[in-house]
Design a protein around this ligand. Structure first.
Ligand SMILES: *[C@@H]1O[C@H](CO)[C@@H](O)[C@H](O)[C@H]1NC(C)=O
Ligand SMILES: *[C@@H]1O[C@H](CO)[C@@H](O)[C@H](O)[C@H]1NC(C)=O
Ligand SMILES: *[C@@H]1O[C@H](CO)[C@@H](O)[C@H](O)[C@H]1NC(C)=O
Length: 433
């Protein structure tokens, strides 16, 4: 080996590297007994490290055997609309989509049944997302079509998927043999209700179990984090929406929602709230992430942040690693404990993924990574995997039942906040005869 190259390499090393295990081997010039002993030790260390890695992965898998890994957000249904116009008769989710176009060439595709199984996903909230461009237009129709395509997909794979709307359903799917993936529906953006409490109630009847109050656009009653605040909280109608969601048993999701609307919703909601796919603002100052005071307030509210893996939210950069993602989990745990955190990978909704968390098959590796940090007990990881979200859902169901028992009436609002009126019939039927 040319001396110059060696020398340069040694100069490149920061001094503290030299006292590290492999550093002293590289620094040796001659073969001597020390080198041989060192080499042996190094080999033992590598083998041991590999076996610890394997052991951690085994523990991770054991955790996900016992507890249904519950992910807060997956955008596969939107890709089915984009790529297939919701025509799914010929679509095979039970094959390796990494070799089927257009999935194989899309940066937005991370999900198929084989990978969901490898990833040991126990329950998935599928997003019935429709974009803000539909606001005041055909948002309700498109949302209904997304709900329909999710249900059709679940019916197409009865051995793998099971439609779920409750904690009981999730536990039943998880304990079925062979195991099934509990499939739930969430709506991403209040524009989907077109300012109508009747539409909100109808979505609940169809099985929708969370609604994100906004996507990237303000609604007439709640602000998005993506736009200048107008309500700066919730309007009177917005408060009715939150109260009605409590009464129905629909989880209030605050990912995407503006800060002050978020605070207002947490103050008002009688049931725990969730962030189905958001990360920590203090670690990456992105407005999609949750600031510290709001993380703190979850402790009293009982809700959770389901950490988003998107590198732009994890590192405020196009690149991130699995250990960067782990930092967000550590941070929340250090701040409020392991009971207020969950997982919302946002797979199929993003075009960049962290190294080590490339698709839905990688959840066990995330748990192995958290074990590696030494900061999490097995019980805490079970809570993170799914027990926290099941607790939230149980509490949401309890509030619903209490409100029902107490005879709380459905919210009414005859003059729903309207857009310019051009897209509705805008008819007020006042003739009695
Ligand atoms: C939230 O409301 C406070 C008080 O009205 C205001 O000072 C602050 O700018 C608002 N924050 C955002 C992000 O709009
Ligand atoms: C970041 O990730 C992209 C792929 O998403 C890759 O092409 C690029 O080399 C990475 N950059 C760095 C600095 O790691
Ligand atoms: C709505 O309709 C009114 C009256 O027909 C018209 O003047 C206005 O330009 C329309 N607004 C939009 C946004 O189309």
């Amino acid at each position: 080996m040319p001396l110059a190259k060696n020398t340069r390499r040694e100069q490149d090393q920061p001094p503290k590297r030299k006292i590290k295990f492999f550093g002293f081997l590289a620094g040796e010039r001659m073969i001597n007994p020390c080198t041989v002993a060192g080499l042996l030790l190094a080999i033992i260390a590598v083998v041991a490290a590999a076996s610890y890695d394997r052991e951690r992965l085994e523990i991770a898998k054991q955790i996900l055997e016992e507890v249904p890994l519950t992910d807060g957000h997956n955008d596969l249904p939107w890709n089915i609309r984009k790529f297939l116009r919701n025509q799914i008769n010929e679509f095979e989710l039970n094959t390796d989509l990494t070799v089927v176009e257009p999935w194989s060439i899309s940066k937005y595709s991370h999900t198929d049944l084989p990978r969901l199984k490898t990833g040991m996903v126990g329950a998935q909230f599928w997003s019935a997302f429709v974009p803000c461009a539909t606001q005041n237009k055909d948002a309700v129709q498109l949302t209904l079509e997304q709900i329909d395509v999710i249900k059709r997909l679940v019916e197409k794979y009865p051995h793998d998927l099971q439609f779920a709307t409750s904690v009981t359903d999730i536990l039943e799917a998880h304990s079925a043999r062979p195991r099934k993936i509990a499939s739930l529906i969430g709506i991403e953006g209040g524009h989907s209700i077109a300012n109508s409490l009747g539409v909100l109630r109808s979505y609940y009847q169809l099985g929708v179990r969370y609604m994100t109050l906004t996507h990237t656009c303000n609604t007439p009653w709640a602000d998005s984090s993506n736009e200048a605040p107008v309500a700066n909280g919730l309007t009177e109608f917005g408060e009715k929406v939150v109260r009605e969601m409590n009464r129905l048993g629909m989880i209030v999701d605050l990912s995407h929602v503006g800060e002050n609307t978020t605070r207002a919703a947490i103050r008002l909601s009688r049931a725990p709230v969730v962030f189905t796919h958001s990360s920590v603002y203090s670690l990456c100052n992105h407005k999609r992430n949750v600031p510290d005071d709001i993380i703190h307030s979850l402790k009293e509210n009982g809700g959770i942040i389901m950490v988003n893996f998107f590198p732009d939210f994890v590192k405020c950069a196009p690149n991130a690693t699995i250990s960067d993602v782990a930092e967000h989990f550590h941070y929340i745990k250090r701040m409020v404990g392991a009971d207020y955190v969950g997982i919302g990978g946002d797979f199929d909704g993003v075009n960049r993924v962290p190294r080590g968390l490339e698709d839905v098959s990688r959840y066990p590796e995330l748990f192995a990574e958290l074990l590696r940090s030494g900061q999490w007990t097995v019980q805490e990881l079970k809570n993170l995997a799914g027990l926290n979200m099941l607790r939230v859902m149980r509490q949401v169901e309890k509030v619903r039942d209490e409100m029902r028992t107490n005879g709380v009436e459905p919210e009414e609002h005859p003059d729903s906040p309207n857009d310019n009126g051009n897209c509705t019939s805008n008819a007020f039927y006042t003739e009695y005869v």
